[in-house]
Design a protein around this ligand. Sequence first.
Ligand code: DGP
Length: 225
Amino acid sequence: MSSSKKRGAFIVIEGLDRSGKSTQAATLVERLQAKHIAVQLQKFPDRTTTIGRMIDSYLRSESDLDDHTIHLLFSANRWELATSIEETLNAGTIILCDRYAFSGIAFSASKGLPFEWCRAPDVSLPAPDLILFLDITPEKAKERGGYGEERYEKEETQRKVRQIFGRMAEETAAQYEKSNHGRWVTIDASQSLEAVTADIWKVVEPFVEGLSGPIHRLWEGLDQP
Ligand code: DGP
């Protein structure tokens, strides 16, 4: 075991609704814990905070909010946990995050809000070291248990969301080329559960020993149009 002080890796799992994110995140946490590797699961939206309860009510269609307002609430929900995420990472614990700012852009921009406007409030959040995008077509996702309970769970919405994730995959890859930080890996989530778990592990394994560099800041220094 290395005695040099390393921080935990910040790993984000993104994907459409019903892509298997939460199942895979739970499986990965179990696997890491079985290896006695410190890991904390963080889910966004975190519906337990005051802001999170407003988001929950919106998602269940119990309240209506203007698209800009709900976008900023989702972002505020990430910001209210940013310090605790940094502290946890600096204490050497991996954070596995089920959705993050990429969902923020994808779901809000799918409603017609400008991409750059959607990105702006999340600039400077702690940046993930690795983004795992569980890719599945909306048709396949729908077969898995049906949409319908929450606001965004409609095939047409998910199709737009997937397109925007595709744009972010390209942009993040280009950014990674330049900075060598913030790797985006697309995983074929239409495979069997076991195959997806195996693909995820291959990518995550190099990160489990911890990282030496500082926590980066999300989308800082990006050229604004
Ligand atoms: P989940 O709890 O993972 O099922 O996510 C709840 C829903 O909220 C899901 O349809 C995706 C959507 N969502 C997650 N994060 C954001 C965000 O930051 N902004 C918007 N507009 N929607 C989000």
